[in-house]
Write a protein that binds this ligand. Structure first.
Ligand SMILES: Cc1cc2nc3c(=O)[nH]c(=O)nc-3n(C[C@H](O)[C@H](O)[C@H](O)COP(=O)(O)O)c2cc1C
Length: 347
């Protein structure tokens, strides 16, 4: 899939997810392979220029995490020039505009899905964004407030006309919860209306759901969110099954994978940044187990990273035969330093 100057292959994209799509998860995904485009979580355009790449957990990346899309939460034209200059310095491969986030605090600030209600403002923002970068510029949207084909069609055509190179459609209305079946057939409408690549998102968590989504949407690519945290090998599985990519068949040992993720957190983030991220990941990862709520609750109620790791270790020892092969594990809070991976960058 060609997006501006960037070739994305396989056309399997990691969804931006606040608290989840940081360097540790991206590295865990890369271990298995099959991801065509990685993503950051949403970054505030207003705050980005002041963030230190040496200290920001949102910006930290290793050289292996490429190609990487940086997602911007944009509310005001005045933030575009400094934010894009910062993204160029950071070596972003793709810049994505968040036009779909339904979270109340984001909407109150005028960003995310609030923007879809004001197409004239989005037109100005996108036109200005386009002038400030030659990098691939993409947009992530939901279907809107209500099912209104003409409104959605005009909005998508406007994005294309202003120079957006790809649109990802999270196939739900703004107010719809994750529990609702995604409306992949509406992605097919978007695909008919515009000529740039269209990526389908929402509810893709298996080969079967990916195939159904592709059949119903005719999308050029698929974006995967929560399933990436539950089953970080999903990209490798889909890349093999759908795109005949030569990924090694994943060997999955859940305790080992969890340990690898926790170690990556220690290597990348300062102590106060680790526990929250482990909790967020565990919330999704624990659903791999029938009694996963015990793992999730144990980690959720932990007061320190070490306590969370030791509770997880105990859970695996009791519930997962694979843990025996790997012995009793622990993660040291002391951590390694990833300056070795990127000269000049600290944590
Ligand atoms: C914890 C969490 C955080 C999210 N943060 C973002 C975000 O920062 N930007 C964004 O565009 N969407 C965000 N989303 C939405 C996802 O990108 C995606 O659209 C949604 O999860 C549906 O895809 P899925 O069914 O594959 O998870 C988030 C979703 C979750 C669960």
């Amino acid at each position: 899939m060609k997006v501006g100057s960037q070739t994305i292959w396989p056309p399997l994209l990691l969804a931006p997810m606040a608290g989840l799509t940081h360097s540790a998860l991206r590295t865990t995904l890369l271990h298995f392979g099959g991801v065509g485009l990685l993503s950051t979580e949403m970054l505030s355009a207003a705050r980005l220029p002041a963030e230190s790449v040496d200290h920001s957990p949102y910006l930290f990346r290793t050289t292996k995490e490429s190609p990487l899309s940086h997602q911007l939460m944009l509310t005001d034209e005045k933030h575009i020039a400094p934010a894009f200059a910062a993204l160029h310095r950071l070596g972003a491969d793709v810049i994505d505009l968040n036009l779909g986030c339904p979270a109340p605090q984001i909407r109150r600030s005028g960003g995310g899905s609030r923007l879809m209600e004001d197409p004239a403002r989005v037109r100005r923002l996108v036109a200005s964004a386009r002038q400030h970068t030659s990098l691939p510029l993409t947009a992530k949207i939901r279907l809107g407030e209500t099912l209104d084909a003409a409104k959605l069609r005009d909005f998508c055509r406007m994005l294309e006309g202003e120079g957006v190179d790809m649109i990802t459609v999270h196939a739900r209305l703004r107010g719809e919860s994750f529990a609702r079946r995604p409306r992949w057939e509406w992605v097919a409408n978007v695909k008919r209306w515009i000529d740039i690549p269209v990526v389908a998102n929402g509810g893709i968590d298996s080969i079967a759901s990916a195939r159904t989504c592709l059949e119903q949407s005719g999308a050029d690519g698929l974006m995967i969110g929560r399933a990436a945290a539950r089953s970080p090998w999903i990209f490798a599985v889909l890349a093999r099954a759908l795109y005949a990519v030569d990924c090694t068949e994943p060997h999955i040992c859940l305790p080992q994978l969890y340990q690898g993720f926790a170690t990556a957190l220690v290597e990348r983030f300062s102590p106060e940044r680790r526990l929250g991220r482990l909790k967020e990941f565990t919330h999704h990862f624990a659903t791999n187990y029938f009694f996963g709520h015990q793992l999730a609750m144990g980690v959720q109620s932990s007061r320190s990273f070490a306590e969370a790791c030791s509770r997880a270790s105990a859970f695996f020892a009791a519930c997962d035969p694979c843990a025996e092969d790997n012995g009793k594990w622990w993660v040291s809070d002391a951590g390694a330093d990833c300056n070795s991976q990127i000269p000049g960058r600290g944590i």
